[in-house]
Design a protein around this ligand. Structure first.
Ligand SMILES: Cc1cc2nc3c(=O)[nH]c(=O)nc-3n(C[C@H](O)[C@H](O)[C@H](O)COP(=O)(O)O)c2cc1C
Length: 361
């Protein structure tokens, strides 16, 4: 399987790694979106995340039969072809008219799960139509909880399989001027009907912008969210082991260790440094995933070696989307899978279960 994937990507495609996707597609993005994606003026945390993954050396293991590599994993009981899923992001219709629907199609074609942002443009019904059972809905808390309730009910009806509650933005950070200008530019574009967030378009009588985010949200609200549906609840944006334990004790099914790749708290601890303490704290009680700064199959392996069950990727997927819509998303995901398969082979782990911390040097 791995050989096939590796051959497909290397023989058919010109863009050989995520960096090449980025270089090829950035000129195609509207300037404000490119600047927002790049955290312009507040790059430090993202750079620290990327560097922290890459700083971990790997140790090859000799003479293991790696003629067959299996990159599949199970997340919340759902088998996916690779331990890589797509992270939620706003604004992708600015680089592809189908936006989140194209991302979902690409993820499904690659055999994995996609996450729709509550601030996305395409609604749960449109994403569910192409990815029923294979998509998660990401939630931000509005002070108007009726909107959250309604969006969750719509997502359940449209085949969402989990709710991802993003907890690392209780307030909107004051961006430095370059990022603020980018955000202002995007808010202008989001007035246009084809780019408007569905949570604004569909609830026009409610002042969503003015009520986001809800700084009052606490652990009690996690229980409230759990009570809205039978779907498992995942917390996104946990960095501390004590929060991970609290999440488990509040019935959360999984965590995404993430610092929003630098779009929230600046000077956040890199995810690569936070991950081991969280895995050690919650063991196998709940599933642990990671995102922020993952750019290669080797980075995926590093996260798995530290105990993550899967990773999510944001910007690499956006670069894939800009490169070729759903086909570009699929290509980027398959490229990461092929890179992972290669590094699994050289480090002597034919299956994901065989990856452990001993691979890190
Ligand atoms: C343009 C952009 C928009 C984003 N929008 C959201 C969002 O709406 N909700 C959310 O939980 N995270 C959002 N994120 C954060 C991603 O879900 C994810 O945590 C991060 O991008 C992962 O890091 P990576 O891009 O280095 O892979 C966004 C990230 C980017 C780059």
């Amino acid at each position: 399987m791995a050989e096939t994937v590796f051959e497909q990507v290397t023989q058919q495609e010109d863009l050989l790694d995520v960096g090449e996707f980025r270089a090829a597609t950035e000129p195609l993005m509207p300037e404000a979106y490119r600047n927002f994606v790049n955290n312009v003026g507040m790059e430090r945390t993202l750079q620290d995340d990327i560097a922290a993954w890459q700083a971990m050396h790997l140790r090859p293991r000799a003479l293991v039969d790696v003629s067959h590599i299996d990159t599949s994993v199970t997340v919340l009981g759902h088998k996916i072809a690779m331990p890589v899923m797509t992270a939620p992001f706003v604004g992708s219709t600015l680089i592809d008219p189908e936006g989140e629907v194209a991302t979902a199609r690409g993820a499904v074609a690659a055999g994995t799960i996609t996450t729709l942002s509550m601030m996305g443009t395409r609604p749960p019904e449109a994403v569910g139509a192409v990815a029923s059972g294979s998509y998660w809905l990401q939630i931000y808390f509005m002070r108007d909880r009726g909107v959250v309730e309604d969006v969750v009910a719509r997502a359940v009806a449209a085949g969402a399989s989990a709710l991802v509650f993003t907890v690392d933005l209780p307030v909107m950070p004051a961006f430095p001027r370059p990022m603020r200008l980018a955000a202002q530019g995007l808010f202008q574009r989001w007035q246009e009907p084809e780019h408007m967030m569905y949570a604004i378009r569909d609830y026009g009588d409610r002042p969503i912008g003015a009520t986001f985010p809800d700084a009052k949200a606490t652990w009690a609200d996690v229980e409230w969210l759990r009570g809205l549906s039978d779907l498992p609840v995942i917390l996104k944006g946990v960095i501390r082991a004590d929060d991970a334990i609290r999440a488990r004790d509040h019935g959360v099914s999984a965590l995404i260790v993430s610092n929003h790749a630098g779009q929230g708290l600046r000077s956040s601890q890199p995810v690569a440094h936070a991950l081991p303490s969280i895995v050690d704290a919650v063991g196998t009680d709940i599933e642990v995933y990671a995102d922020s700064g993952i750019r290669s199959g080797a980075d995926v392996l590093r996260a798995l070696a530290l105990g993550a069950r899967s990773v999510l990727v944001g910007r690499p997927v956006l670069w894939g989307l800009a490169a070729g819509g759903s086909g570009g998303v699929e290509r980027v995901l398959r490229l990461l899978q092929a890179e992972l398969a290669e590094v699994m082979a050289i480090t002597g782990a034919p299956s994901v279960a065989q990856i452990d911390r001993s691979v890190l040097g």
